[in-house]
Design a binder for this molecule. Structure first.
Ligand SMILES: [Zn+2]
Length: 173
């Protein structure tokens, strides 16, 4: 979400996704996420933009009413509202796009192959789990080098093998 709020790719954090303020690249240059994940994807960002702009306008009118005791200078208020209604959605445009991409990813996780595997959190988690398991197996087998796929080590001490004679047992005689 923080990446989305700061115009970065929500998957990998790459910036510079906008050629001009309102022209977004189709895919992330780093992780290759296609931002328009499904047809109609950007309706979400449009909704965010509309809601934020409308709430801002409502807040402006409400504030003007409160400050002027319900007698605002209508032409001034109208002019301000029109200016905000035109400028704010354009200002918000890129932010709503990356925010929506982040929201969409939270609600609909990446499907396999949607991004470069090096940036896929699920692939990374699977890889980390595999690595941890391999390390644990190596530890269990008592080898220091937990590198490759460890087969059964020849020196396993289990299964009723006679214990090596430590010190001579106390003879009781
Ligand atoms: Zn990316």
């Amino acid at each position: 979400m923080i990446r989305g709020l700061t115009l970065a790719c929500p998957v990998c954090g790459t910036r510079g996704l906008f050629r001009r303020w309102v022209k977004m690249v189709e895919r992330c240059p780093t992780c290759h996420l296609r931002f328009e994940r499904i047809e109609g994807h950007w309706l979400g960002s449009l909704s965010i933009n509309t809601v934020v702009s409308a709430v801002t306008l409502l807040a402006m009118v409400t504030a003007a009413m409160v400050i002027t005791h319900a007698d605002p200078p209508i032409p001034l208020l109208l002019g301000l509202c029109v200016a905000v209604a035109v400028i704010l959605p354009v200002l918000l445009f890129p932010f709503t796009r990356t925010i929506w991409s982040a929201v969409d990813l939270l609600s609909r996780p990446l499907s396999p192959g949607e991004v470069d595997p090096r940036y896929d959190p699920q692939e990374l988690a699977a890889l980390a789990a595999e690595r941890a398991e391999r390390a644990q197996r190596a530890l269990r087998d008592g080898t220091g080098s937990g590198d490759g796929v460890s087969g059964p080590e020849p020196r396993t001490r289990q299964s009723g093998e006679p214990q090596p004679p430590r010190s001579s047992r106390p003879h009781d005689r």
